[in-house]
Design a protein around this ligand. Structure first.
Ligand SMILES: [Zn+2]
Length: 94
């Protein structure tokens, strides 16, 4: 039987929901708690949190990139450079 791939986003949703139930907080409070604990982990590991946050924002922007004309989600090549829109043939970045 094949091992199921770990899904970090799902694990984080589960952690947030567990925090809501455990602490009697809401989504915003639980989200803040997750970020706070990530800051503690970064500090304990000698990682500069703000630089990781900036890197995450860059990856998020790339992952959310869509074609300006048709709105189709753009696919990335292995170098994380945007490719063309397969629907209307726009090239990104141009
Ligand atoms: Zn397009």
């Amino acid at each position: 039987m094949a091992k199921k791939k770990f899904n970090l986003e799902l694990a984080l949703y589960t952690a947030i929901n567990n925090q809501i139930v455990s602490e009697g907080t809401n989504m915003l409070g639980a989200f803040r708690d997750v970020l706070t604990d990530l800051m503690h982990i970064a500090h304990n590991q000698g990682i500069e949190f703000k630089s990781r946050l900036k890197a995450a924002e860059e990856v998020y922007t790339e992952e959310r990139a869509t074609c300006e004309d048709c709105g189709k989600k753009l696919q990335q090549d292995k170098g994380n450079n945007f490719t063309l829109c397969t629907k209307c043939q726009n090239n990104y970045p141009d």
